[in-house]
Ligand binder design. Structure first.
Ligand code: B12
Ligand code: SF4
Length: 453
């Protein structure tokens, strides 16, 4: 059987491979099927080309990843695909589809089947049951039967992530991939996701796919995969996309030891939580090639951190940034305004912590509530929250109604300007430009800062 995956276009001009569909393509091939990827974010081909490519391949299913922010573009693509190929099953998966499977089927008639949650087991079962007209037997899907929507039982998660094949990264042209400034100092990154699931309780985090229990690839398997891609792709660094790369302390040390022992010799970056770090671990990570770390700060107010159910304290934030500075690891901090219960004084506390911890790079944003997060379920019918108006995306975007959107945006702009116009912030930008010989950061920053003026 044949499957084709089409990644919708995206407005951001820093595309990278989409790992979810790359895993699905690899798993289908491993099971004797054929699968190709067309990534309209990386390679925005014309409609004629897209239609003829799909038609030549004659797929049994067309799969499309579905994330909330890209609702509008995804719907346009789905309608187009169904219009061209009315007899081919159109399947969606990913965070938005997994959070709201029934709504997707109700709102978008071009969709035939929604895959809910982790996709690898389900896509194989689904493609092998298409002919038999026995969709009820396929675990982890939702579909229409006459006027009803049927949701089948969820499959067990894949227990051993080491058993997954490497994602199929060879179907996209690496020369067209580009990493968002200020990441990517050394060139094309290999993007990897070595864990799935997180036991954290952060209210804004959408966990409709991998839920709360953590599964991890082993250090040996991770380094095997890096070595493999080094022989196939012109990668210059690694970007670990894990939600919290250092969630397990012992495994983090082991990954670093393995990278050092096998002389991986590639610089890398990761994202993690401030409370999943220690100075000893950072020393080891730096030795293994870590040069840039992304840390969620969110707020400098203990009250807001508590409301966000972050589970860490302001001293965790202080320590993590202090250790990174001492060790010469570049930091990127994410700050958030508009959290539940946040008042003016809380925002001032966040500004104060920004000044105190001095991240090298930072970004401020207003809290947005995405389907699949605890806050979405709590607030979607709460009159104190509202959806921003976008006629093409009914889920764009849930936010606190009592604070003006404009006020929050301008607060974020001022905080960012304050940082990037300070000596320290300006020095970080110059360092980025010197290392990358690129002005990309300035362009992106100006675009962001002027977006809503
Ligand atoms: C890497 C990443 C990014 C990268 C994307 C790079 C890329 N090319 O993919 C960047 C940094 C650009 C990014 C940006 C954003 N992201 Co993001 N991102 C992630 C992250 C951390 C990992 C994604 C990943 O690779 N996962 C690994 C793969 C294996 O998992 P998967 O994608 O879920 O795929 C599995 C299933 O979903 C399913 N599946 C997926 N697609 C399909 C398709 C079909 C047909 C089928 C059958 C199944 C299927 O099968 C796959 C294998 O099991 C996730 C968090 C997470 N834990 O997944 C957030 C996440 C996806 N991002 C999120 C958000 C909110 C954003 C932003 C809006 C953030 C912001 N405020 O700007 C932007 C939106 C960008 C955009 N316009 O789309 C949310 C999405 C919530 C939602 N309801 O849609 C997530 C879940 C984070 C969170 N926990 O809240 N992101
Ligand atoms: S934000 Fe990070 S720590 Fe919090 S629940 Fe999500 S993945 Fe876990």
């Amino acid at each position: 059987m044949n499957a084709i995956f089409v990644n919708p276009p995206c407005k951001s001009d820093n595309p990278l491979p989409t790992l979810g569909i790359a895993y699905l393509a690899a798993v289908l091939k491993q099971n004797g099927h054929d699968a190709i990827l067309i990534d309209l974010w990386i390679d925005p081909v014309t409609d004629e080309y897209l239609k003829s490519k799909i038609s030549d391949f004659s797929p049994d299913i067309i799969g499309v990843p579905f994330f909330t922010r890209r609702y509008a573009d995804t719907k346009i693509l789905l309608d187009k695909l169904k219009g061209w190929f009315p007899d081919v099953k159109i399947v969606v998966g990913g965070s938005h589809a997994s959070a709201l499977p029934k709504e997707v089927l109700e709102e978008i008639t071009s969709v035939d089947i929604v895959v809910i949650g982790e996709g690898e087991k389900t896509i194989v079962q689904l493609i092998e049951n298409l002919d038999k007209d026995s969709l009820e037997d396929v675990k982890g899907i939702a579909f229409r039967r006459e006027s009803r929507i049927i949701v089948t039982e969820q499959p067990e998660f894949i227990e051993d992530l080491d058993k997954l094949p490497y994602p199929d990264l060879l179907q996209v042209d690496p020369r067209k991939c580009k990493i968002h400034p200020p990441y990517g100092w050394y060139g094309l990154p290999l993007t990897m996701m070595t864990t799935r699931g997180c036991p954290g309780k952060c209210v804004f985090c959408s966990k409709s796919v991998f839920k709360n229990s953590l599964r991890s690839q082993s250090p040996g398997r991770i380094v095997d995969e890096i070595e493999y891609w080094k022989t196939k792709l012109p990668i210059k660094e690694i970007r670990f996309f894990d939600d919290d790369f250092t969630i397990t302390r012992k495994r983090s040390f082991q990954i670093c030891d393995e990278m050092i022992k096998r002389n991986v010799n590639l610089p890398w970056t990761c994202t993690t939580r401030v409370d999943y770090l220690s100075k000893e671990l950072l020393i080891k990570m730096k030795e293994a090639g870590l040069y840039f770390i992304v840390l969620g700060v969110e707020s400098g107010s203990p009250r807001v951190l508590k409301n966000l159910r972050k589970g860490y304290t302001v001293s965790h934030i202080r320590n993590a940034f202090k250790w990174c500075r001492e060790l010469g690891i570049t930091t990127f901090g994410f700050f958030m305004v508009g959290g539940p219960g946040e008042e003016d004084e809380d925002r001032r506390m966040t500004l104060r912590i920004q000044k105190e911890i001095r991240p090298d790079f930072l970004s401020w944003g207003a809290l947005r509530v995405f389907p699949g997060s605890p806050l979405f379920d709590e607030c979607k019918d709460d009159p104190r929250y509202n959806f921003l108006k976008d006629k093409n995306n009914p889920y764009f975007e849930l936010y606190r109604k009592d604070i003006e959107e404009k006020f929050l945006h301008s607060f974020c702009q001022k905080a960012m300007l304050k940082h990037y116009l300070s000596f320290h912030g300006f020095k970080s930008v110059l360092t980025y430009m010197y290392k990358t010989r690129s002005f990309g950061f300035i362009k992106d920053f100006l675009q962001w800062i002027t977006a809503k003026l």
